[in-house]
Design a protein around this ligand. Structure first.
Ligand SMILES: O=C(O)CCC(=O)C(=O)O
Ligand SMILES: [Fe+2]
Length: 384
């Protein structure tokens, strides 16, 4: 009986929300992470649209947001979101929890919670696992938390905050990702839930919260890597939610071939499409290349803490385009491979994650600036 099932699901959700609220009110505040002030340097910034998510409560609001999102995605591939439902205090607190993940956990405990599989981001990714250039490796630490936060154990210093991290994952998924997916579907003339159904919270999949910390490097390493901290790439998944933070370095590759900086916006989100959205939308929303370079001169020597939600589609989903979209039929479908050969979400993410920063790349025959590899039957290009 569907209504009984719905009632019990609703009751379970309510219980989870109540537990979460209880968790929020009882956990002591983490030591506050204070980020340095935003840079004062006058840099070539990307001119990104700002989407006010609170306007999505009405149909007419959603229609005009969908038009803005389509324009933003098809010009820069990145946009800001404001009024996403978290206060500046809640956001600051999440950055403090992120920082504790690196500063309050001993090296011994980090080793215990380091991801065991090269093809899944889970737990810690230690520094120096990826090749950058000229023998220099990355100085980036990650901690990845699947949205089903309690499915795995976490280091002791994080345990008081797990209810909060769980609520944060749900907030990203239901209050940010899903509304954005509805706008993206609307922009293609698809049913509102077409992309949402492919991004279920409860089905198997790897949509995850990620905390990240970049550590400053030596002058020699900066020179050898031409200041690149994280190589140019497109994201593996469908939508990336980056919680804006003041330490600069993130740059996007504009259509004119120039790298432009992403300016920090207080308590805003920076949203971009990844490869999976490109697959599902037949190229209508291209995955924009981006990278991280050494921060501007007035922020050098400081670490750079990041908070993200990396959304992926359901693991079992074959990554084939929504060809019934009237918009896609009008502009034409771009495919990376034949539908029959399309990888599932799981095959795609495992293939890219295992290869990332480890594989030997081959210089493209068409473009000397590009290096290539083949993953799950799809040619993947790397730009530096
Ligand atoms: O740290 C950032 O600003 C961006 C990181 C990023 O692009 C990624 O982890 O995929
Ligand atoms: Fe990225």
């Amino acid at each position: 009986m569907p209504s009984t099932t719905n009632n019990s699901v609703a009751a379970r959700r309510l219980a989870q929300v109540t537990t979460t609220l209880a968790g929020l009110s009882t956990a002591a505040a983490p030591p506050q992470y204070v980020a340095p002030p935003a840079t004062k340097e006058n840099l070539p910034y990307a001119d990104l649209a700002v989407i006010d998510l609170s306007q999505g409560h009405t149909l007419s609001g959603r229609r005009s947001l969908a038009t803005e999102v389509v324009r933003a995605m098809r010009t820069h591939g990145f946009f800001y979101v404001v009024n996403h439902g978290y206060s500046a205090e809640q956001t600051t607190r999440m950055f403090s929890i992120a920082n504790e993940t690196f500063d309050a956990v001993s090296e011994g405990e980090k080793a215990i919670y380091t991801g065991q599989s090269a093809s899944v981001y889970e737990g810690y990714k230690p520094r120096q696992t990826w090749k950058i250039e000229d023998g220099v490796q990355d100085q980036i630490e990650h901690y990845n938390i699947n949205r089903q936060v309690y499915n795995r154990p976490h280091p002791e210093p994080l345990r008081p905050y797990l209810a909060e991290i769980e609520a944060f994952a749900r907030h990203n998924h239901f209050n940010i990702l899903h509304p954005i997916l509805r706008l993206l579907a609307m922009g293609m003339g698809l049913p509102d839930e077409a992309l949402v159904e492919q991004h279920s919270f409860d089905e198997a999949g790897e949509s995850s919260v990620r905390f990240m910390k970049y550590y400053p490097r030596s002058v020699d390493e900066e020179q050898r890597t031409k200041q690149v901290w994280l190589k140019g790439h497109t994201d593996i998944g469908s939508v990336t939610i980056l919680w804006s933070q003041p330490v600069g370095g993130l740059q996007i590759l504009s259509p004119d071939g120039q790298w432009r900086w992403v300016r920090h916006m207080e308590n805003a989100l920076v949203i971009n499409a990844g490869d999976v959205l490109t697959f599902l939308c037949g190229g209508f929303y291209p995955a924009t290349r981006h990278r991280v370079i050494q921060p501007p001169a007035d922020q050098r020597g400081r670490a750079r803490v990041g908070v993200f939600y990396f959304a992926m589609a359901n693991d079992a989903l074959p990554l084939v385009p929504h060809t019934h979209s009237p918009v896609l039929q009008h502009v034409g479908v771009q495919r990376q491979c034949a539908d029959a050969d399309a990888p599932t979400m799981q095959a795609w993410r495992q293939g890219v994650t295992a290869a990332y920063g480890r594989s030997t790349l081959v210089r493209s025959k068409q473009d000397a600036r590009v290096e290539e590899e083949v993953i799950a039957g799809v040619v993947v290009k790397h730009y530096n």
